[in-house]
Design a protein around this ligand. Structure first.
Ligand code: AMP
Ligand code: GLY
Length: 433
């Protein structure tokens, strides 16, 4: 069978890596290149949002199943077009993707259906937004409602920052049309967790909780990024708390979508803040997290393709079980120096062959996913802000993390930097016990 994966970053490399381990005999197609993808999949040079082109490619290639990684093609209606053409595909339709592509929609849906989320209002002009922010006081959060690659949420700690955030949305239009609508919301304090569940629209299959590290620098300092590293499982949520979140957050959102006429299937990803009074939903995503997927997929012991195929309309997900290997997984993002601001690309990097080999995972529990690299005549070069996701499994987060940083020491490059403290909250928890 041929499998098409839409996207070309670290998450998509991890998806193909896992699917291919389960099905070495299948052929994998992918919509972009990287130094890692070139070895494992054939690139069908196509933009992930060229929906018509992708339908045509999938038909011509007789693709049996398509997995969509990023949010943009989902919001652009890729799944709708594929299903219309009779092509099997994992992911929500455009209407389902609104849960991520419009924070205003997601917040209103949660409000209407009693799903815990911070107090908020939605604005299309600066004056009333400023008045509501004044009422909330600082800290508060200003969010561009549309898709902004993880950079559209501005946590403001002074009134000057509030004014600047609203000016960024309404006057400077830093987020373009994504800032036409702006959510202003109360700041909620606590520890963050990512919970992802697969769904066929009826049943839910939750994955292990994970934790991303969004800030650029150690100690959770510096600007928000697309994510600097993640680990799983995140043990601040025990099994009964996870089950409660499924009942109080996941089932109600699925029911809310259904009441809104949306049959949702694929990934439901809740970005949660665990507050003193219980979990609150910060945001919904409709896909695997990046880099959470890189920390979750290596822990899955069962056939991923069977799970993804079951998480489609009528897929009988309720009959599926998911097996997890013992221990934990840590992924650390090696980014270009300067990321998330201006950074160079095209800089040579050197990964020792023993780290790249297909069996490095079975031998050492280490796998290097490529997020933004290219191979040119001279070898591997950087091709993006987030470059590599160095990933390892181990008996616990501490052991996995030692392996990751040991591997990173061997690909030391002046072009790359990374956080040295991924998983620190989990280690602090283990120490406290
Ligand atoms: P979002 O894109 O909505 O997930 O926001 C990005 C990041 O901003 C989150 O991961 C949080 O760290 C922070 N954030 C968003 N909303 C809030 C909130 N209401 N209170 C505190 N922090 C928030
Ligand atoms: N890790 C955050 C995201 O995928 O949006």
């Amino acid at each position: 069978m041929k499998i098409l994966v839409v996207g070309s970053g670290g998450r998509e490399h991890a998806l193909i890596w896992k699917l291919r381990r389960d099905h070495p005999d299948y052929e994998f197609l992918v919509t972009g290149r990287s130094g890692g993808l070139d070895d494992v999949a054939r690139c069908v040079e196509s933009s992930p949002t060229d929906i018509d082109g992708l339908v045509e490619t999938a038909q011509r290639e007789r693709v049996g199943f398509t997995v969509v990684g990023p949010e943009l093609p989902l919001a652009a209606g890729l799944v709708d077009a594929f299903r219309e053409a009779g092509l099997a595909v994992f992911g929500p339709t455009r209407a389902g993707a609104r849960l991520e592509s419009s924070k205003a929609y997601a917040k209103r849906l949660m409000q209407t259906h009693g799903i815990p989320t911070a107090r908020f209002e939605v604005f299309t002009a600066k004056g009333p937004a400023t008045a509501f922010a004044d009422e909330l006081g600082v800290p508060c959060v200003v969010k561009a409602s549309g898709l902004a690659a993880g950079k559209g949420a501005l946590v403001c700690t002074t009134t000057a920052e509030v004014a600047d955030a609203l000016a960024a949305c309404f006057d400077r239009r830093d987020f373009g049309a994504a800032g036409d609508e702006v959510v202003v919301e109360e700041f909620v304090a606590g520890e963050e967790a990512s919970m992802i569940a697969l769904t066929d629209g009826r049943d839910l299959l939750p994955l292990l909780p994970s934790q991303d590290h969004k800030r650029a620098a150690d100690g959770d300092q510096g600007p928000n990024t697309g994510g600097m590293g993640a680990y799983a499982p995140a043990t601040m949520l025990d099994a009964s708390q996870q089950a409660e979140i499924v009942e109080t957050v996941f089932r109600p959102i699925l029911a809310a979508l259904e009441a809104d006429g949306v049959a949702f299937s694929g990934c439901l990803y809740a970005g949660l803040m665990l507050t003193a009074t219980g979990p609150q939903v910060l945001e919904w995503n409709v896909r695997f997290g990046d880099p959470e997927a890189q920390a979750l997929l290596p822990l899955i012991d069962t056939d991923l393709l069977a799970l993804l195929m079951a998480a489609t309309p009528g897929g009988r997900l309720g009959e599926q079980e998911i097996g997890w290997r013992e221990g934990a997984c840590v992924t650390v993002v090696a980014a270009s120096v300067g990321y998330p601001s201006d950074h160079e690309t095209g800089v040579p990097i050197d990964i020792p062959p023993e780290l790249e080999a297909d069996n490095a995972f079975d031998r050492d529990g280490v796998v290097v996913f490529h997020a933004g690299t290219r191979r040119d005549a001279g070898g591997l070069i950087t091709a993006g802000g987030r470059v590599l996701n160095v990933t390892a499994v181990g008996a616990d987060v501490g052991a996995a993390r030692e392996r990751v940083y040991g591997a990173l020491a061997r690909i030391e490059s002046p072009a790359l930097r990374w956080r040295s403290d991924i998983g620190w909250r989990e280690l602090a928890r283990a120490l406290a016990e």
